[in-house]
Design a binder for this molecule. Structure first.
Ligand SMILES: Cc1cc2nc3c(=O)[nH]c(=O)nc-3n(C[C@H](O)[C@H](O)[C@H](O)COP(=O)(O)OP(=O)(O)OC[C@H]3O[C@@H](n4cnc5c(N)ncnc54)[C@H](O)[C@@H]3O)c2cc1C
Length: 368
């Protein structure tokens, strides 16, 4: 059974219930009624829809993991921590400009520029830092190598990235790549697989997911940096590695234990069970790889072909990853599930929210 609802159900179950992940899926295809204020969806005027796309597309109202596993990957996952995949490798971009500007191995940026050059995609929705608000990601529709590179690097706050997909569709692009954190990839997957609303989601033909433990509330991040005598606008790079959150400025670096950063976590992240961006064609992170390399989970045929072609063309270096190197990745993914499914179960008993299409108790056995 598919849950149905409208904007008022979305408000009650998700938005006022602090579950919203601010992905932009509800507003992207309902610009008439929904806009975003204070990092939350809000209604511009009264909506009379009984069943809205906003509710249908939201990854926090309904996300049938096992059904989607079968539909997209043709199997139910054997690896509960990481989802379905073909292989896990460690890789690095060869282009020195990409290497310099990117977060880790530059794999996301290298694959996008390669895909654009080979006309696999005609545009890419990437997140660059806003010009008006330091370190706030802003989705842009990149159609050149320069624009793709302008999005390189991780921003640890969040923005409604799916609005960028709508912009790409409005711009007439037909082969769009999307880069996003797991909730954004889930949102796009929901849009593409909706049984009720067809907005042409198949025009997104490449989804690159970023591994993610959490994102931060902007005000809380500013306050935490200030405790450490750092101003957000002075930061040149952020990184999370070996249990610490690093902020680099021209004067040096500040390292904050990641446990201390938990107080900055966005509320909506506490209900996410997906570390490894389980529904991307490819998922990319740093954990398990040596510095300057990326850990890449290759999930679909399209993802595999792109990786193989990029390697053959000499765009990226690829190495096998040992089971020992993959273990920390699996451990972190399992830890996120264990911690957050506890939080989801708490909400289910209170508000009958089905984040997944299985009963609350079944979640534990299925996913951990
Ligand atoms: C909030 C967040 C948390 C993360 N947590 C972890 C973690 O715990 N462990 C781990 O191994 N990896 C984590 N990552 C992934 C890691 O930081 C790198 O993004 C990843 O390794 C890709 O590196 P790269 O050099 O290939 O990317 P690059 O080539 O630098 O490209 C990065 C891409 O990410 C996009 N991007 C950056 N910030 C955002 C954002 N906020 N929202 C949407 N898209 C964005 C950019 O548009 C760009 O296309 C996280 C990323 C983010 C954004």
């Amino acid at each position: 059974m598919i849950a149905k609802g409208n904007i008022y159900d979305l408000e009650a179950e998700v938005i006022y219930n602090d579950l919203c992940c601010y992905c932009g899926a509800c507003g992207a295809f309902c610009k008439e009624y929904i806009c975003y204020e204070c990092e939350k969806p809000t209604t511009k005027e009264k909506c009379y829809e009984i069943h809205g796309a906003c509710y249908d597309f939201c990854p926090r109202t309904f996300f049938p993991i096992l059904e989607l596993d079968k539909k997209i990957f043709g199997a139910v996952r054997e690896d509960k921590a990481l989802g379905c995949y073909k292989e896990i490798v460690t890789a690095k971009a060869k282009d020195s400009e990409i290497g310099e500007k990117s977060q880790d191995g530059g794999i996301v940026t290298a694959l996008l520029t390669f895909a654009l050059e080979k006309e696999v995609i005609d545009s890419a929705v990437v997140s660059k830092t806003s010009e008006s608000e330091a370190w706030t990601p802003e989705a842009i529709v990149a159609t050149s190598k320069e624009e793709i590179i302008s999005g390189a690097g991780s921003k640890y706050t969040i923005s409604p990235t799916i609005m960028g997909v709508r912009e790409a569709f409005d711009g007439g692009y037909k082969n769009v790549a999307l880069v996003g954190v797991p909730c954004q990839i889930q949102a796009m997957t929901n849009i593409q697989n909706s049984k009720n609303f067809n907005v042409g989601g198949d025009r997104v033909n490449l989804k690159i997911g970023l591994m993610c433990t959490e994102s931060f509330d902007r005000d809380a991040l500013i306050a935490k940096l200030s405790e450490n005598n750092v101003k957000l606008e002075d930061v040149t790079k952020f990184d999370i590695t070996k249990g610490k959150f690093y902020a680099y400025t021209k004067d040096g670096e500040v390292a904050i234990p990641i446990k201390e950063m938990k107080s900055c976590m966005r509320d909506g992240c506490k209900f996410c069970f997906d570390f490894a961006a389980e529904f991307g064609d490819i998922s990319v992170g740093s954990i398990g790889s040596e510095s300057g390399w990326s850990t890449v989970i290759v999930r679909t045929e399209a993802g595999k072909k792109l990786m193989d072609d990029a390697q053959k063309a000499g765009v990226i270096d690829v190495k096998e990853m040992s089971d020992g190197a993959i273990e920390p990745l699996r451990k972190l993914a399992t830890r996120k599930k264990t911690e957050n499914i506890g939080n989801i179960l708490g909400k289910i008993s209170e508000v009958r929210l089905l984040n997944l299409a299985v009963s609350g108790e079944d979640l534990k056995t299925l996913l951990i």
